[in-house]
Design a protein around this ligand. Structure first.
Ligand SMILES: NC(=O)c1ccc[n+]([C@@H]2O[C@H](COP(=O)([O-])OP(=O)(O)OC[C@H]3O[C@@H](n4cnc5c(N)ncnc54)[C@H](OP(=O)(O)O)[C@@H]3O)[C@@H](O)[C@H]2O)c1
Length: 284
């Protein structure tokens, strides 16, 4: 397939480029090439590349920053999706769009399925939900993929932040009252590849298996990386002065993905181990 990856230099986009490159023709575009919030810019990229599939990883992803930059966040995450859909009209192209567990409010107390009703708590979640609504109204073929708590080789993420803080400050305070599913971008890229090759359409939740708190996640990072002598303290979200409210439980059920593909993603601990010792090259 001839695939256009928007936001190909970002954390997920770069792993999609790496993981799909052997079997497909990939063309990457990022912010220096176009601006998804500008209709004309989107249209000209689509005309230039003329892809069979466009995977949209371009997004405004600063969850706390969004509380202060609402207009920019909506311009990229909502109007950007509208521009993308419009630029695909009249073309035989499938849109793959990435969304988030933060479209949910966390009050369900169990894994969210694709049939659950979104109710975002913060501006970022609301902008991503607005993008989802635009995409699902679009008349063409699409895959809407919700994922969560991502980490990968090319991007600022929780795993590298914890490692840096542990090594430099030897002291961490991490919230233990938000639960979700850490997801390795390499695994997610593989799952997206599979859905594309199967020609599937619709909404899918995809994360690594299992649910934990940010505190559990941090402890596992230190344990696997064998970093001793670090004090790690569990705290409540209310003790952190963060601008955006986050859901307390945003685990996603990947059961539909498993039913359709016959595959299950690895447990988050196994994926994390792989990331630390392969992507980050830690030595055992
Ligand atoms: N990270 C997570 O934990 C997480 C969790 C769930 C869902 N998601 C979703 O997964 C997708 C990928 O996330 P990610 O963490 O890989 O994102 P990322 O690393 O922030 O990459 C996003 C890319 O989009 C580019 N971009 C931003 N604004 C743009 C614009 N106006 N026009 C064109 N390109 C633009 C960025 O360029 P600059 O770097 O120059 O800004 C960057 O290369 C997003 O849709 C995100 O909402 C992420």
């Amino acid at each position: 397939m001839r695939i256009l990856v928007l936001g190909h230099k970002g954390m997920l986009g770069s792993d999609i480029m790496a993981r799909l490159a052997d079997d497909h023709e990939l063309i990457g575009k990022d912010r220096e090439d176009f601006d998804i919030s500008q209709a004309e810019s989107c249209r000209s990229v689509m005309e230039e590349v003329d892809p069979e599939v466009v995977i949209n990883c371009a997004a405004y992803t600063d969850v706390d920053g969004a509380e202060e930059h609402r207009d920019l966040c909506f311009a990229v995450n909502a109007r950007g999706v509208e521009n993308l859909c419009r630029s695909c009209e009249g073309r035989n192209v499938k849109i793959v769009h990435i969304s988030t567990d933060y479209v949910f409010d966390g009050k369900k107390g169990a894994l969210y399925t694709e049939d659950d009703v979104p109710h975002p708590l913060n501006i970022y979640g609301a902008s991503k939900r607005a993008g989802e609504e635009i995409l699902t109204r679009w008349s063409g073929a699409f895959l809407l993929i919700r994922t969560a708590w991502m980490y990968g080789k090319n991007g600022k993420n929780f795993v590298t932040t914890v490692l840096n803080k542990a090594l430099n400050e030897r002291y961490l305070r991490v919230v233990d009252d938000q639960l979700g599913s850490p997801t390795y971008t390499w695994d997610l890229a593989g799952a997206i590849k599979l859905l594309l090759e199967k020609g599937v359409e619709g909404v899918f939740h995809i994360t690594n298996r299992g649910v934990c708190s940010w505190f559990d996640f941090a402890r596992k990072i230190l344990e696997l990386a064998r970093i001793d002598g670090v004090k790690i303290e569990p705290i409540k979200s209310s003790e952190l002065d963060r601008k955006a409210i986050r859901p307390s439980f945003s685990g996603l059920s990947s059961q539909k993905f498993t039913q359709v593909t016959g595959k299950t993603l690895r447990f988050w601990q196994t994926a994390l181990d792989d990331f630390l010792f392969h992507d980050l090259n830690l030595s055992r």
